[in-house]
Design a binder for this molecule. Structure first.
Ligand code: 13P
Length: 254
């Protein structure tokens, strides 16, 4: 099945509103041409979302948040609700990123609650999974992915899954400059697709887009995206400069 590529910029804790506006001004002209072949998503920090939303209106680039609360509203200091994100024009929400898991202690159950909260609000989760180097080297890759997929996507319907994007991000490849080889990534993606198939059936598995993340750059995006089960990228460092993000997408769709 032909799945349209989806390439997303995860800016992490980079770019306030002014830098966000500069990036979008530089990036948008090239985005128009590339968006026919690839869904393009930008995930700025919360405070830059209103500025990005105004600048991306009527453009083919979709807006994502990097997190969302599993709660509805109320006394949750520092949290941002799905309703607030919806109101500011957000379409996607990155959930379960390894930095949220490892630095902020988010577990599968909490991530699952966030996934469900986003779906209830009509937001599209970009649900991240991936193993640490220690887990890979001790032969636990499949066990970890199985736990993350079954836990994070528990209780979802097949209809829910049509709006969920998965992102396989091996932790050892994030921000390290070490990219999984296309073969390593393909092998993990094929396994993740099998897991989705076990949980939701073959048809859902075939339709689900699975991004690769971890040191994706203009020089390796084409090789990675050429693999059968790699349907896009979740990009950190190489998405911070408009030119680099543009080249990365252009090479991926070429
Ligand atoms: P890098 O592209 O900087 O390795 O980051 C990957 C990532 O964590 C995207 O979510």
């Amino acid at each position: 099945m032909a799945r349209k590529l989806i390439i997303a910029a995860n800016w992490k804790m980079n770019k306030g509103p002014a830098e966000t506006a500069d990036f979008i001004a530089a990036f948008l002209p090239s985005a128009q041409a590339l968006a026919g072949e690839c869904d393009i998503v930008i995930a700025p920090p919360f405070v830059s979302i209103p500025s990005a939303s105004a600048l991306l209106a009527d453009s083919p680039v979709a807006l994502s948040a990097q997190n969302a609360s599993e709660q509805e509203k109320g006394a949750f200091t520092g949290e941002v609700s799905t309703a607030m994100l919806k109101e500011t024009g957000v379409h996607h929400v990155i959930l379960g990123h390894s930095e949220r898991r490892s630095i902020y202690g988010e577990g599968d159950q909490l991530i699952n609650a966030k996934v469900k909260k986003c779906l209830a609000a009509g937001l599209h989760p970009i649900f991240c999974i991936g193993e640490t180097l220690e887990e890979r080297e001790s032969g636990k890759l499949q066990e970890v992915l199985r736990r993350q997929v079954s836990g994070g996507l528990a209780g979802l319907s097949n209809a829910d899954m049509s709006t969920v994007v998965l992102a396989y991000e091996p932790v050892w490849a994030i921000g390290t400059g070490v990219t999984a080889t296309p073969e390593q990534a393909q092998e993990a993606h094929a396994f993740v697709r099998t897991l989705v198939g076990e949980q939701f059936g073959k048809e859902v598995a075939e339709a689900t887009r699975i991004q690769y993340g971890g040191s994706v750059k203009p020089s390796n995006s084409a090789d990675l995206m050429a693999r059968e089960d790699i349907d896009g990228a979740l990009v950190g460092g190489a998405s911070l400069e408009a030119e680099s993000f543009r080249d990365l997408i252009a090479n991926a769709v070429a």
